[in-house]
Design a protein around this ligand. Structure first.
Ligand code: WTA
Length: 649
């Protein structure tokens, strides 16, 4: 627990949307009468037909149902574009910064955004996409990614973005998972000076999907080679001919807006479904309040639109607020470790939102990369994706923020749609490493893991759950409502179970301690250990595999694999390499194993259950306190694994 807290400057607090007194007042009101609170907050959204009912929520296991503003109608694209045209048509909506700094940035005004989104909507409609149809987006970080999202929203089609770093297999699984009609991709994705052959990946994926799936190809580099007539469609040619008008569809508040696949502790990734009215209201509200966004500010979230952070805080939240949002195609270290700060200076960024893994990587390069640039426009810094260690927090605060920019450490999830725990920049004295306070309407509880009882004492530690709902909560797992209920509402009845552990300190502030399930967080990317395991055992030479996380200086967690080979197979460094490549092809480079230990046997209970607790300890190089190993079928395997462990400190 740190001694130091960091209060906002008096100047920032004086101009902030929410100061300390207002937070207390609004938070209390949001809990005392959520219906009244959200009725008022939802007025920021432009409704076609206003809602009369605020919410209808049941967390009862077997009967979970979440509805917000259910009799209202609206269109999200109209909220993000059309309603701004009269007042800010010529204002920049999106600043696009390409991977290569010598290529020109683009400034896309709200008028241009409108025209481009309508063209994309017309192209999709020509391909037969209508209300409720699914469209998979597999694009680089280019403006067309935002056009595609908003075009789907305009039509009332449901988008599912697949991160461009995912493999063809992962793409195919997601296309099939939601029966998509169209996949939107680009020829190539430039990133960090290299090019990922996106269209070639899509070609491979489409071999494993229905023949009717169309492939809409956006030109990015011009590096396209193959073309399948009748299936592939040239976006740029069609858009050139398309009308720049498209009537936004009237959608019900509870119609799905998008699906986003995310990893869980069991089985294959699940399609998280977000709805329309509640999602846009909450994304916009949190964007404005948490980053203290003011008219004219330039907002930059460095995430990829393939993750929920990019959905809510590059596209939907900022554009619903009529903001200027920056979209960056590249990586923090290309062409050098000063790129983030060069972009901040170049575009006069006011709010900057990134992940701890990027901060740690840049911290290692030294402060001079930051000091070369004028960062005087920065006002608020944000972090998301994993717990931030105090050392990285302090560096962010001192070197990047020069002690003048409050840091908002925002805890949330794909499932939550928007921030749930975070300090507000003008209201709270922050603590390095703490996600601090619940946002309006959010009621966190700390439960005793075994009994599920609420802990009311301070300080305390346990599992983090949420009481009650908020508008941008996920509604279901696509095609599998039972899995939705089982994952989030069955372990602790009556609560939403987030899967994270937390500590609440004597002041009532929250500290996230990490996942309590078999999900690991590698460079802020969520991964199910089960997914990596099933990729490994799909290899012909692998008999069995167990995967756990271990502390990694830059990535937060690294991927540690215990692999038992088929009898007759010889372990070798070559085979390690082969398995690494194998997992990259099965899932994608983000799932690449860091360490592979050959395990002649795995520690199992007599009933055959792998004792992951022990494997985690060995991977952490902390095997002094393994706990009780007497229930193991063969306690001897543990000594062997310790003897040959990979991660010696
Ligand atoms: C972790 C990303 C600590 C957490 C928005 C959560 C965090 C998972 C933080 C969700 C934070 C996210 N501090 N941990 N500020 N933010 N996490 O779905 O374990 O990709 O459950 O959503 O990331 O990851 P997801």
């Amino acid at each position: 627990m740190p001694d130091t807290t960091y209060p906002p400057s008096a100047e920032l607090a004086a101009n902030a949307h929410v100061d300390a007194a207002k937070y207390d007042e609004m938070y209390a009101a949001s809990i005392a009468d959520p219906e009244a609170f959200w009725r008022e907050q939802a007025q920021r959204t432009t409704w076609i037909k206003p809602f009369t009912k605020v919410k209808d929520v049941s967390y009862e296991f077997g009967n979970v149902s979440i509805k917000w503003f259910e009799d209202g109608t609206l269109n999200v694209a109209a909220n993000c574009i059309d309603r701004h045209l009269a007042t800010r048509g010529d204002q920049t909506a999106i600043i696009w910064e390409p991977d290569d700094p010598s290529e020109d940035a683009q400034h896309i005004t709200y008028n241009q955004l409108h025209s481009n989104v309508c063209k994309m909507a017309n192209v999709l409609a020509d391909l037969g996409v209508g209300k409720g149809d699914r469209v998979v987006i597999y694009l680089p970080m280019i403006p067309e990614a935002a056009y595609a999202m908003l075009a789907c929203a305009r039509i009332g089609a449901i988008h599912s973005i697949v991160f461009a770093g995912f493999s063809p297999d992962a793409l195919a699984a997601r296309v099939n998972g939601c029966d998509a009609k169209v996949v939107i991709t680009a020829d190539e994705a430039p990133r960090g000076g290299r090019k990922t052959p996106l269209k070639t990946n899509a070609d491979q994926a489409l071999l494993h999907t229905a023949d009717t799936v169309k492939c809409l190809v956006v030109k990015r580099t011009g590096g396209q080679t193959t073309w399948v007539d009748g299936r592939d469609v040239d976006y740029n040619a069609m858009a050139a001919e398309a009308s720049d008008q498209f009537e936004p569809a009237e959608m019900n508040a509870e119609d799905p807006l998008f699906i986003l696949y995310t990893s869980g502790s069991t089985g294959q990734p699940k399609g998280v479904v977000h709805s329309t009215g509640g999602y846009i209201t909450y994304a916009a509200l949190t964007h404005e309040i948490v980053f203290d966004y003011h008219e004219g500010d330039i907002f930059w979230c460095t995430a990829d639109v393939g993750w929920v952070t990019g959905h809510s805080y590059i596209v939907y939240g900022p554009l619903a607020n009529g903001a200027t949002t920056l979209m960056f195609e590249g990586v923090p270290t290309f062409p050098d470790a000063g790129r983030f700060w060069a972009v901040c200076e170049k575009h006069k960024v006011n709010q900057f939102y990134t992940a701890p893994t990027a901060i740690r990587a840049l911290m290692g390069q030294g402060p001079e990369w930051v000091q070369k640039y004028d960062l005087s426009d920065l006002k608020v810094l944000g972090t998301v994706g994993e717990p931030i260690n105090p050392e990285a927090w302090n560096w962010y605060n001192d070197v990047v923020g020069k002690g003048n920019c409050p840091i908002v450490d925002t805890w949330w999830q794909t499932e939550t749609g928007g921030h749930l725990l975070t300090p507000l920049p003008g209201a709270h004295a922050t603590k390095p490493g703490s996600a601090m306070k619940p946002f309006f309407g959010i009621e966190p509880v700390v439960l005793e893991p075994q009994s599920g009882e609420e802990i009311h004492t301070y300080p305390c530690e346990g599992v983090l759950c949420l009481k009650g709902s908020w508008p941008s909560q996920m509604r279901t797992v696509w095609g599998d409502h039972e899995r939705f209920e089982k994952t989030y509402f069955s372990d602790y009845k009556g609560y939403y179970f987030a899967g994270d552990g937390c500590r609440r300190d004597e002041d009532g502030d929250y500290w996230i301690t990490g996942r309590v399930d078999d999900v690991i967080n590698v460079s802020g990317h969520r991964m199910g250990t089960a997914e990596v395991e099933s990729a490994l055992v799909a290899h012909a030479k692998v008999a069995e595999a167990a995967v756990v996380g271990y502390p990694h200086d830059i990535k937060g967690q690294g991927i540690y694999c215990y692999v038992t080979l088929m009898s007759g197979e010889e372990p070798s460094d070559e085979l390690r390499k082969e398995l690494r490549t194998w997992v990259r092809t099965e899932i994608g480079p983000i799932a690449s194993p860091d360490l592979i230990q050959w395990a002649p046997g795995l520690p199992k209970t007599r009933s055959g259950k792998i004792m992951r607790r022990i494997l985690r300890k060995i991977a952490e190089d902390d095997f002094g306190a393994l706990g009780d190993t007497s229930t193991l079928a063969d306690p001897g395997v543990v000594d062997e694994l310790i003897e040959n462990r990979m991660n010696r400190q």
